[in-house]
Design a binder for this molecule. Structure first.
Ligand code: NAD
Length: 525
């Protein structure tokens, strides 16, 4: 009996030739999960190839064997399973599979299917061996069309190579495995996922006692729900609440966390859970990095900004009065779980603020996401789940390629060099994302002035950000000296020079650009 949908069990379904096995194998590799090909399992257990099973036992016998193989896959609870093209025609099998894990149904143009299958005639029992296989495929597609179209998750593989198809499948499932900084960790986007947190921790062998760190705004909304899920899985958990707000992202708060961990008797095997926005994640992650020389932590981001950005990449830390994030450690989480359902309580201004990071990610590497952001606030708000998945995919690609920011990850500083300085100089009156929005426009203007960016880019970026209700100009009352000081002390400052990541156009950028200029000009650019 399978209790609930597992976020470690994925099924790939679709017509013959849609690429199920190839995609499932690659996806299993990317997610570090076992790969299962249901048809291969059936052949192995029957000791004969599928056409022979059809000859001897007919389709009925084959379907019987298929059901047995399917049940074994369900029991394992982990893996990426390539299903046979008719494996879910039986409603009982379908409902079993859909309640145990998630199904992606592949599609492809008829001509693509013909082309791919033309090379395999003879190995597909329902298509036969003679020249009439095309007609039989057409007939099979016609009969199954409604079923293939009835799955909520689908992917057309016609124009995708196997690598691209696997990446698209990750985007559809909201599932990644991030490596490159010590131990690898899973990232999941699951609507309502906080309710399954206990079993997710158990599935990954994470131990208690647990400390649930949250802030004074988020704890009253979600801590009880999370604690219930953890207790149901047998965990002992101690809640630790810190005051909400960037002004509390201090070493004093970190010290308070360490004391609370000691009082809760957290030992080296324990896990710290960070339930909240980027402030909670940065602080709890940093406290975990240093407590007893490092304990594990799990990120449970509840703001768009933390989902799209702060929870990924293993950067943790605290601010000093002289500047943001001047103290910190690289300490990757053991798991990141984004539950977009939590965004329903996020104040609108915070949601808008998170959109700045989404725009930045789109601007860097997902033109479709940027184009959607250009569609304005309502369009973006209408599909937050997809926004979160797309934005997370961009950040993950960067941190995978360059975990320690030696080169390409520095692209993620786009808009942040000026943004951080504006944020500090505003005395944190501006939200992080609002400051980043200003930074994105100012840096795009700078890039245009330097001839790095194509003409008109800053206007396009400004229109996009305004459409999302974000500020784009440095406020006139900003503390000028504070801005310049913060810019110079910024951690991207190397050998006395400020290094910028600058845009060239949507989808292209340059990193490590040093600029000879009077930085006070940025205040009026
Ligand atoms: P935040 O953590 O201060 O959250 C914003 C506000 O929203 C807070 O008042 C919080 O209590 C409230 N809130 C959070 N989730 C809520 C929910 N679901 N419902 C209702 N209220 C909710 O700020 P943030 O914007 O999430 O993060 C900003 C911080 O993240 C900054 O300190 C920034 O430096 C950091 N950051 C870190 C990284 C990194 O790589 N580590 C990257 C980007 C930003």
């Amino acid at each position: 009996m399978i209790a609930s949908k597992s976020e470690t069990l994925y099924f790939i379904y679709g017509p013959p030739g849609s690429g199920k096995s190839t995609l499932a194998r690659r996806l299993a590799g990317l997610l570090d999960l076992p790969f299962m090909d249901l048809d291969e399992q059936i052949q192995a257990s029957a000791g004969m190839p599928i056409p022979a099973i059809f000859d001897r036992e007919g389709e009925r016998g084959f379907r019987q064997r298929e059901r047995v193989a399917l049940e074994a896959a369900l029991q394992s609870g982990r893996g990426v399973v390539a299903l046979g093209g008719g494996a879910l025609l039986d409603p009982t099998s379908r409902s079993l599979v859909e309640s145990a894990g998630r199904v992606l149904c592949l599609r492809a143009e008829r001509e693509t299917l013909f082309e791919r299958l033309g090379q395999e005639v003879g190995t597909r029992p329902l298509l036969g061996e003679d020249a009439g296989w095309r007609e039989r495929l057409d007939a099979l597609l016609a009969v199954r069309a409604a079923q293939y179209h009835s799955f909520p998750l689908s992917l057309d593989t016609s124009a995708l190579n196997p690598e691209e198809a696997a990446r698209q499948a990750q985007l559809k499932f909201g599932a990644w495995r991030v490596s490159g900084m010590g131990a690898a960790y899973d990232v999941r986007v699951v609507q309502g996922g906080l309710d399954a947190l206990g079993s997710m921790l158990r599935a990954r062998g994470l131990e208690g006692p647990l400390a649930l760190v949250s802030d004074s705004q988020v704890a009253p909304l979600y801590a009880e729900k999370v604690e219930a899920a953890l207790k149901a899985a047998g965990y002992a958990v101690q809640r630790v609440v810190i005051p909400a707000g960037e002004e509390h992202k201090t070493l004093e708060t970190v010290s308070h966390l360490w004391e609370a961990f000691l009082a809760a008797r957290l030992d080296r095997r324990s896990t710290v859970l960070a339930l909240g926005g980027g402030v909670v994640g940065d602080l709890a992650g940093f406290a975990a990095a240093v407590y007893l020389r490092g304990v594990r932590w799990v990120a449970l981001p509840t703001t768009l900004l933390a989902m799209a950005d702060a929870s990924l990449g293993g950067k943790t830390g605290a601010d000093l009065p002289q500047g943001k994030n001047l103290i910190g450690a690289f300490h990757p989480p053991a798991l990141v779980l984004s539950d977009p359902a939590t965004l329903s309580t996020l104040p609108e201004a915070e949601l808008r603020s998170g959109m700045a990071e989404v725009v930045q990610h789109g601007q860097l590497a997902d033109q479709a996401l940027f184009a959607r952001a250009e569609g304005g606030w309502e369009a973006m708000r209408a599909n937050l789940d997809e926004t979160v998945r797309r934005a997370m995919a961009v950040k993950i690609a960067f941190i995978q390629a360059d975990p320690y920011e030696k080169n390409i990850r520095a692209a993620l500083n786009l808009g942040h060099t000026v943004g951080h300085a504006v944020e500090v100089a505003s005395g944190y009156r501006l939200r992080h994302g609002e400051a980043v929005a200003i930074g994105l426009r100012v840096e795009a203007r700078l890039a245009e002035a330097l001839g790095v960016a194509e003409a008109g880019l800053s206007g396009r970026i400004e229109a996009c950000l305004r459409g999302l209700g974000l500020p784009t100009r440095i406020p006139e009352e900003i503390d000028r000296e504070g801005f310049l000081r913060a810019l110079r002390v910024d951690k991207k400052n190397a050998a006395g020079q400020v290094r910028f990541a600058l845009p060239e156009r949507v989808g292209a950028y340059r990193v490590g650009v040093t600029v000879e200029m009077d930085f006070s000009e940025l205040l009026t650019i």
